[in-house]
Design a protein around this ligand. Structure first.
Ligand SMILES: [Zn+2]
Ligand SMILES: [Zn+2]
Length: 272
């Protein structure tokens, strides 16, 4: 068992050395305990992924392809709006970095159902487990998000901040992680909870966590991509405007199952 758990630790040590070693002077991180290095690496990775994704996404849709993605005279988010999104996110990112740090800590101690190598279960089981993992994340995120609306103090003190972006030109890809720290932890936590319930390939779990950060930019671009069953920006902007529909994260299935799905009007072939 000890030997097996060492495989996870070797992996996290490797990630810490690669990212921190290439970006920060050794005297900043070498003397830190392993768990602090892991947090620092997750924080730095979060800042990089958020900044690069947000910048490229905005540059692409608001400048390079503005005539494709922005209708006529529709206003786009101002610089001031995007700076506000970035400020709120930067305040919360240190807290968000605690989520994967916690899951890595738990994995290294053998508390979760994570496995280290795909060859241990085979490719078929690997894909079945990924599907189960995503389904659990979807289910829990949907209900966490819905309860953040239904329970009034949670909405008022945690989630209302994210819903202050309540017009299309007040939402940008930078708004994806612009959440109160506890709001983000409540909605991001299912990615970590799921590894206690579903056997999950450790590297894949970490990959999904960080892809989730990129996904959050996608669903805040307000563009109706029409890629069934994905929860695109066209769906999530309805959530920001109505406060009652489309609570899901990656797909529209949970909203469909629990009766809260509302399709973008630009997609009239599908019923509401
Ligand atoms: Zn909401
Ligand atoms: Zn949102």
């Amino acid at each position: 068992m000890e030997e097996y758990l060492q495989l996870f630790k070797n992996e996290t040590v490797f990630y810490n050395q690669i990212l921190l070693g290439s970006l920060l002077p050794e005297n900043i991180w070498r003397s830190l305990p392993h768990v602090c290095r892991t947090w620092l690496r997750n924080y730095v990775a979060g800042v990089l992924i958020y900044s690069i994704t947000g910048f490229l996404w905005c540059f692409y849709i608001y400048h390079l392809k503005r005539d494709v993605y922005i209708r006529g005279a529709d206003p786009i988010p101002s610089k001031k709006t995007m700076v506000l999104h970035i400020k709120v996110t930067m305040r919360s990112l240190p807290w968000f970095a605690a989520l994967p740090t916690f899951s890595e800590y738990a994995v290294e101690r053998g508390w979760t159902k994570c496995f280290s190598r795909i060859s241990e279960v085979g490719w078929f089981a690997y894909f079945v487990y990924i599907m189960a993992y995503i389904a659990v994340v979807e289910f829990l995120t949907y209900w966490a998000h819905r309860k953040l609306h239904d329970i009034k103090p949670l909405y008022k003190y945690l989630h209302a901040q994210h819903h202050s972006y309540n017009k299309q030109h007040k939402i940008s890809p930078f708004a994806g992680l612009a959440l109160h720290p506890l709001d983000g932890i409540a909605q991001g936590g299912p990615h970590e909870i799921a590894i206690f319930l579903v056997p999950t390939h450790f590297t894949t779990h970490l990959t999904v966590v960080f892809l989730g950060a990129i996904w959050s930019a996608n669903i805040h671009d307000c563009i109706d991509e029409k890629m069934w069953p994905l929860m695109g920006g066209g769906y999530h902007v309805i959530h920001h405007l109505s406060n009652r529909h489309n609570y899901g994260l990656y797909t529209i299935w949970m909203d469909w199952m629990f009766g809260t799905l509302s399709h973008p009007v630009s997609n009239p072939t599908k019923p509401n």
